[in-house]
Design a protein around this ligand. Structure first.
Ligand code: PDD
Length: 279
């Protein structure tokens, strides 16, 4: 496997960054994950837009122009010879002696890797996965795709220990924000498709945005708003969305069956429509 590290393509075993990289010391950086599906990058531009947004919010200088970044991603795909994969790239504020203040003259550090994707199993797609709910203990800027992911890791680990695929995070007011690395959707008891509105409480998923676009002409009643754990437990359907899982049905929440305990019609249709659009 070949990685890209600050201007060079190197075998991943030899890829190294400085121990005083602020990403390493402070999680002072941002990242993106872009799916490569059958040789094509999915929604590359929106991912690059969000990368720019995250950098801007943290006042980290862009590592390179968009055109250069696109070339690096293509070259990484080419050198690794993959067609179904996930590209990961991150930018950190750079290398400087450890000090909380932003360093004055520093060059943004940038690394990118690619790896074969492990798409959800046929069983997960056909039977759905389970989620548990946990308190959302993250910060108030979840709209920034920061590499500071400890609360997300703790939640995913608890879900894994509980035999669940994902954790849905519940805010102090009882509403669900999103999953630890996925956006959360339900079809309510009265048949409305609902996902959290984009704001500082969630990462505005590129898959989420794509699904919303694909809803046009589907005749599905749709609302972007907060929904509670109770509403989710009473829902007919539930699913999650992300670059690695696309649209994945959820058939159990905290041990309770969602609807009839199998993936529902809205979820199935949206997964099909999403995959067809990605081809
Ligand atoms: N996770 N919410 C959070 C907290 C996420 O970390 C992610 C993505 C999403 C879904 O966003 P998108 O549709 O753009 O992938 C929602 C990536 C895949 C990750 O951390 O690996």
């Amino acid at each position: 496997r070949i990685a890209y590290v600050n201007g060079r393509y190197v075998p991943i075993a030899q890829a190294q960054v400085h121990i005083e990289d602020r990403g390493y010391q402070f999680a002072d950086g941002v990242y993106e994950v872009v799916p490569l599906y059958r040789g094509r990058l999915i929604d590359e531009e929106p991912h690059l837009d969000r990368f720019d947004y995250s950098l801007g919010e943290l006042e980290i200088a862009r590592p390179m122009s968009r055109a250069a970044l696109k070339l690096v991603l293509r070259e990484l795909v080419r050198r690794n010879g993959l067609s179904d994969a996930l590209l990961y790239f991150q930018a950190t504020r750079g290398v400087a002696p450890r000090d909380h203040k932003f360093p004055a003259r520093v060059k943004t550090a940038f690394v990118a890797t690619i790896r074969r994707s492990r798409p959800p199993s046929a069983a997960a797609i056909e039977q759905g996965v389970s989620v548990i709910t946990l308190p959302d203990i993250r910060w108030e800027r979840c709209d920034i795709k920061s590499i500071g992911l400890l609360p997300n890791l703790l939640a995913k680990q608890k879900a894994t220990m509980a035999g669940a695929f994902e954790a849905w995070l519940v805010e102090a007011d009882g509403t669900i924000s999103e999953g630890s690395s996925t956006n959360a959707w339900i079809v309510t008891a009265d048949g409305k498709l609902v996902t959290r509105d984009a704001g500082a409480a969630i990462l505005n998923g590129i898959t989420r945005q794509r699904v919303i676009k694909l809803l046009e002409n589907q005749g599905i009643a749709f609302e972007q708003r907060a929904f509670s754990r109770e509403e989710a437990l009473a829902a007919r359907e539930a699913f999650l969305s992300s670059s690695s899982s696309f649209v994945l049905p959820i058939t159990k929440i905290d041990g309770h069956a969602v609807g009839e305990g199998k993936p529902g019609p809205v979820t199935r249709r949206l997964r099909d429509v999403y995959v067809a659009a990605a081809l």
